[in-house]
Design a binder for this molecule. Structure first.
Ligand code: CFM
Ligand code: HCA
Length: 533
């Protein structure tokens, strides 16, 4: 670490070095050190992060197929967030609404910036309604909209009145600059889901037993399809996924479930908290990335419902699924065992995917999030000690209270205590650091320069990040696996996903081709020039 820190920090101006020093740590799983996280990226540094709009529209609301999501802003914002994230969806019938293949935008021009864009937004909503007659329309603000002061909420109310009927129209103040990263957008999206969708439909459909929601699973590369398959095989009734393969009705009905499972803690823990306060639904953290941790999740569900029939069924499913998993793992392990990985992804995958690497016998030398908070690193126990800064205060905080008519604690205090005594943890997440080895490097909001230094010094067998990093890393002779888009592969969740991952990693991390890689400037002579100052 000393070597890495010295090499990296001395290149920065003093003030910058002081700040980055707090975000680059040597891990101790027993007593995780305090990391600096969820603070502004220093101007001039190349960050991996995205914006608040991306977190709200692209990440949380984007995967719902029957809401028309209108981006109020210049066309680039809508275009960039149009399916680049690979969130898949599967309408149940041919006539079910699916707007996912469309990109709706007000396509603001200079004149709208000067004279205001509200009229253009109204017109866009009228047009969308006339063409598609959707049940809901959501409006997403981009930076210029915030700067000129268009009020998307007023437009939403106006258009709801003008169109009439049952249409649900709501806006999000998720201007890109509002927070320090995507994470602010998640929070804004979660508030909007709670205010405008969750709890509007009380009808209990389907099986009344084992009703669960999966929060923070976005169906990238079909992950949610694999998890739906596993739940169905076990007889577990999945009411809603937030928001992979989701529909308006699933959100509206989600409060009829009896257990919330949080997969991506960073993006959705707010919804779990709000649903517990309002409706009395307990939540647990799960990690269905990795076959062993998928089995662990299923066993937790069995334990929660405490029904022997379900517990037996779950064991039968695990035994059945693990046959193929074990065979694939053993095959891959012959080559992957002892190899090394680094993961710098988002706000949860840099943690979860370490499970899959462990199953492959690979160790994680260094990892970190782009926009995780301290609790995603050090565990939820640190939440009371996190300082709320001006950037966080800039995000609307909604007050949720007990829904007097519908609040129904799913378990009594005694039942919860008994489950806890049996090893079940509610409202808990221990974060990334306790799982990482002592002495491994944990780095928040890794800069491009730091990334290059990491690779130079440690030469991992595989580096996991996103599209912005991919080709720079590969030119350094190290394969990069995208853990956002999966490089168009996947699914990687659940049992079948684990098998896919073993195969893909064996292929890329164990190939010798990367070592042959020479960037043009390494093999050709270039004329060197120097600037005269
Ligand atoms: Fe959660 Fe995600 Fe992630 Fe995320 Fe993302 Fe994503 Fe990600 Mo890209 S919600 S924090 S904002 S798991 S889009 S599906 S892959 S950065 S690690
Ligand atoms: C986003 C989406 C993203 C980007 C991935 C990447 C995704 O942050 O707006 O940089 O490759 O998963 O698609 O995280």
């Amino acid at each position: 670490l000393k070597k890495f820190k010295d090499e990296v920090l001395h290149k920065y101006p003093k003030k910058v070095a002081k700040k980055r020093d707090k975000a680059i740590l040597l891990n101790d799983p027993e007593t995780p050190p305090q990391i600096q996280a969820n603070v502004r990226t220093i101007p001039g540094i190349i960050t991996q992060r995205g914006c608040t709009y991306a977190g709200c529209k692209g990440v949380v609301l984007g995967p719902t197929r029957d809401i028309i999501n209108i981006t109020h802003g210049p066309i680039g914002c809508g275009f960039y967030s149009w399916l680049t994230r690979r969130n898949q969806t599967k309408p149940e019938t041919e006539t079910d609404e699916n707007f996912m293949m469309y990109c709706f935008s007000t396509d603001m021009q200079d004149s709208n910036i000067v004279f205001g864009g509200e009229e253009k937004l109204k017109q866009a909503i009228r047009e969308a309604y006339e063409l598609f007659h959707p049940k809901a329309i959501a409006i997403f603000s981009t930076c210029p909209v915030g700067l000129i002061g268009d009020d998307v909420h007023r437009v939403a109310r106006h258009m709801k009145e003008e169109i009439g009927g049952d249409i649900n129209i709501f806006g999000f103040s998720c201007e890109g600059y509002r927070g320090v990263s995507q994470s602010a957008g998640h929070h804004i999206a979660n508030n909007g889901l709670f205010k405008n969708l969750i709890g509007r439909d009380d009808e209990k459909r389907g099986d009344l037993k084992y009703r669960v929601n999966l929060l923070g699973e976005y169906n990238i590369g079909g992950d949610a399809f694999e998890l739906e398959r596993v739940f169905e095989k076990c007889g577990i009734n999945l009411i809603a996924t937030f928001s992979g393969n989701s529909t308006i009705q699933k959100f509206e009905n989600a409060h009829t479930a009896d257990l919330n499972m949080v997969m991506c803690h960073r993006s959705i823990n707010y919804v779990a908290e709000m649903m517990e306060t309002a409706f009395g639904i307990p939540w647990i953290k799960v990690q269905p990335i990795g076959a062993d941790s998928t089995a662990k999740m299923l066993r937790k569900i069995g334990q929660y419902f405490g029904d022997q029939e379900l517990i037996d069924k779950i064991e039968e499913v695990i035994a059945d699924e693990m046959v193929a998993v074990t065979a694939a793992r053993e095959k891959a392990l012959k080559k992957t065992n002892g190899k090394t990985a680094m993961l710098f992804v988002g706000g949860s995958r840099a943690h979860h995917y370490q499970n899959l690497f462990e199953e492959l016998g690979m160790s994680t030398l260094s990892a970190g999030y782009e926009f995780g908070h301290r609790d995603d690193y050090e565990g939820r126990v640190v939440i009371p000690t996190i300082q709320i800064d001006a950037d966080s205060r800039n995000i609307e905080e909604i007050t949720v209270t007990k829904d007097e008519a519908r609040y129904n604690p799913r378990k009594t205090e005694e039942e919860l205590k008994a489950l806890e005594a049996d090893g079940m943890e509610f409202n808990g997440y221990e974060g990334l650091m306790p799982q990482m080895a002592k002495g491994s490097l944990v780095i928040d909001d890794l800069s491009h320069y730091e990334m290059e230094k990491l690779i130079e010094l440690y030469k991992p067998d595989v580096f996991c990040a996103g599209i912005k990093e991919k080709f720079c890393v590969q030119k350094m002779g190290v394969p990069l696996k995208q853990l956002h888009s999966y490089d168009y592969g996947g699914p990687y969740a659940g049992f079948k996903g684990a098998i896919n991952f073993y195969e893909d990693i064996e292929m890329i991390a164990c190939s010798t081709i990367w070592k042959e890689m020479k960037a043009p400037w390494e093999s050709e002579t270039y004329v060197e020039a120097q600037y005269a100052y």
